[in-house]
Design a protein around this ligand. Structure first.
Ligand SMILES: Cc1ncc(COP(=O)(O)O)c(C=O)c1O
Length: 376
């Protein structure tokens, strides 16, 4: 019965254009991937500043792994709570302007870990309907009630707040949305926060490092808790949560995804400190990223594509899932790597091609992307 279910569900995935199969990548060098022996231009990366392939960071990370053990070998609550991790967390809190910070092995675990620990049955959460799956999972695990508001609609959020203000709901959003590529309406959000005085959690996974002064993101003024991942613009792996004083000890006591997992090793924390210094110096890369991303959007729109995105994430609207998949496969035949985002990552029949721009892309690359996309 169990095996039959697997076969039936996979067959349905294939028939509806929702089947997922990771492409095998043989190698990565700068903006290129080696796939089936061919050099392919990568537009499907979240390495927005190109740090994940930079020699400078690779040298520093290798040095840190030579200096420290390869594994922390246990949870923070057992024997994995090293000084360098605590030092790195302090530096992250200071850099991003919060009182405290806590590292998690991944962003998925971070969102799941903080939401499931902070909230419980009887609480109310109001969230942007386009929030990442990890936050949705965290809300579900918490046992709290939750209501989604229309993506980035401050008027809809306001309606929910007016209706539920007695329950003192917390509000969850992203600052730069991972699939739509648009920014949170900061001004509108700020006005509502001042009016209703709600507690807010803002996932800045796609903004930290790439956006804002020195890469500090955009939402500090409206976020009580900020969530960041190392695996995107910061070029590493793992995640960090920025928070007010007093929360860290709470998470050490009540966040199951933190308590029962092996901490990232000391070399990761030492590398995270190195990353802070590097991203502060990436002003030129951030400027280029912004310019090349606007140029790409401009050219795509000029060619008649419907494109969403205010920064380095561009969403080309396709609609039909199978068609989006087919276009992506055709692009790969032309040595361009762009992946479709399909349900449930985006709403049903609203498939997109998600273009991830990086500071490594040039105008030539953009020309190639746009002309090939037009052809296919
Ligand atoms: C908005 C957002 N939050 C969290 C995550 C999860 O982060 P990680 O990949 O480190 O698990 C992602 C994507 O990966 C994301 O896009």
């Amino acid at each position: 019965m169990f095996k039959k279910r697997i076969i039936n569900k996979l067959t349905a995935q294939k028939e509806t254009g929702l089947y997922r199969e990771p492409v095998e990548i043989e190698n990565k060098k700068g903006k290129f991937l080696l796939i089936e022996g061919r050099k392919v231009l990568n537009f499907a990366s979240n390495d927005y500043l190109g740090l994940g392939v930079s020699d400078e960071l690779k040298r520093k990370v290798s040095g840190n792994f030579l200096k420290y053990a390869t594994s922390s070998s246990s949870s923070r609550l057992v024997s994995g709570n090293y000084s360098v991790i605590n030092q790195a967390e302090k530096e992250y809190a200071r850099f991003f302007g919060y009182e405290d910070a806590l590292f998690f092995p991944s962003g998925y675990q971070a969102n799941m870990g903080i939401l499931s620990a902070l909230f419980e049955k009887g609480d109310l959460l109001i969230f942007d309907k386009h929030m990442h799956a990890s936050s949705v999972k965290g809300m579900l695990l918490s046992g709290a009630d939750f209501h989604g508001y229309k993506h980035n609609s401050m008027s809809h959020l306001c309606k929910w707040l007016e209706k539920t203000s007695k329950k003192k709901p917390a509000v969850l959003t992203e600052s730069l949305f991972s699939m739509d590529g648009d920014f949170l309406d900061l001004q509108g959000f700020n006005e509502l926060k001042n009016r209703f005085d709600f507690f807010s959690i803002v996932d800045e996974a796609h903004a930290f490092g790439a956006i804002g002064e020195n890469g500090k993101g955009i939402a500090r003024d409206v976020a009580d808790i900020g969530v960041g991942t190392f695996g995107k613009a910061l070029g590493l792996f793992g995640a960090f949560v920025l928070m007010p004083a007093g929360f860290k000890e709470y998470f050490f006591n009540f966040s199951s995804p933190l308590i029962y997992t092996t901490s990232l090793p000391e070399a990761h924390a030492a590398s995270a400190i190195d990353v802070l210094e590097i991203i502060s110096q990436c002003k030129k890369q951030r400027k280029h990223l912004s310019k090349i991303s606007s140029l790409t959007k401009e050219k795509l729109v000029y060619e008649g594509f419907c494109v969403k995105g205010d920064a380095h994430i561009l969403a080309v609207e396709i609609g039909d899932e199978s068609r989006a998949l087919e276009i992506s496969e055709r692009l790969l035949e032309e040595d361009i790597f762009v992946l479709p985002a399909r349900y449930p990552t985006v709403p049903l029949h609203k498939a997109i091609l998600r273009i991830g721009m990086t500071a490594l892309h040039t105008e030539e690359d953009v020309k190639k992307l746009v002309s090939t996309l037009k052809e296919v």
